[in-house]
Design a protein. Structure first.
Length: 277
């Protein structure tokens, strides 16, 4: 019964990665690609500090996005878990509603909101708070955080909500009966029991943020580019496929390394399914 799943992984994961590794060893010249084995792409990456800086910026943006998503999603998940009946159903639907539209549309909508003639600037001008439009609302690293947190909030909220929803309220009541304050009950009972959901959400948001392309492309400008944008440029504009493939492999290795560390800490089953060992 596992054969279909293994075939799926082989066709859509192993084979593409193998092809990517092969392309990274090809040689690029003004006349196109040759299949001669060469390490030129990796030499370029090693000798050009800009690629290391972009990789570091990508990891930093992904980490900050993960932390911001956690700060926003945990109270939201706790609010959803405490609702009852049709109120909970309605609230969950409202949380999911924006994510039924296209990823690109949800990212693009920030342009008319934060642009020079956008909603934010128009409102501030109308209220007399500013006398000219703010140019720094768009095309910088801060805007990338706004877009990524908005896009990936659901991936953080959902596993935390499931952990909180499965939490037995009698445990919190018992902690209160034993003299624990609400803060102590949260820190010693609720938080440890919802850590699987937190780790699952953090892992999903971090991995998705590492590979982000659309959001930094539309909102980041020159200061908010991530490694995904550099990789796309190698394939689409400069036609340096070996360099793009090598950068892709490096990003894959970094992501797998993160999964390995998180898996050693929690176990992959707990990490993705929220099961306590």
């Amino acid at each position: 019964m596992v054969v279909p799943g293994l075939l799926w992984l082989a066709v859509f994961a192993v084979v593409p990665l193998g092809f990517l590794a092969t392309v990274s060893l090809w040689k690029h010249s003004l006349f196109g690609l040759t299949t001669a084995v060469s390490l030129d792409a990796y030499r370029i990456i090693a000798n050009e500090p800009v690629y290391a800086l972009v990789l570091w910026q990508t990891l930093r943006i992904a980490l900050v996005t993960t932390l911001l998503s956690l700060v926003i999603s945990y109270p939201l998940a706790m609010f959803l878990a405490r609702l009852k009946g049709h109120h909970k159903t309605l609230a969950v639907v409202l949380v999911f509603l924006p994510f039924w539209t296209s990823y690109v549309v949800r990212t693009f909508v920030w342009l008319p909101m934060l642009g020079r003639s956008g909603v934010v600037n128009s409102t501030l001008l109308a209220l007399g708070i500013i006398d000219k439009p703010l140019d720094w609302l768009l095309y910088n690293e801060g805007t990338v955080y706004v877009g990524l947190v908005y896009v990936y909030t659901l991936y953080m909220t959902l596993p935390i909500y499931l952990s909180l929803d499965r939490l037995d309220p009698k445990l919190v009541e018992a902690a209160n009966d034993l003299g624990a304050t609400p803060l102590q009950a949260f820190r010693r009972v609720v938080l440890p029991l919802t850590m699987p959901g937190i780790w699952s959400g953090c892992t999903m948001v971090f991995l998705l943020s590492c590979g982000a392309y659309v959001t930094p492309q539309l909102l980041g400008g020159t200061s908010g580019h991530m490694l995904g944008n550099v990789i796309a440029a190698q394939f689409l504009h400069t036609n340096n496929w070996p360099l793009g493939a090598a950068l892709s492999l490096i990003l894959v290795v970094v992501v797998i390394g993160f999964l390995f560390v998180a898996g050693r800490r929690l176990g992959l089953q707990q990490l993705f399914m929220g099961e306590r060992r």
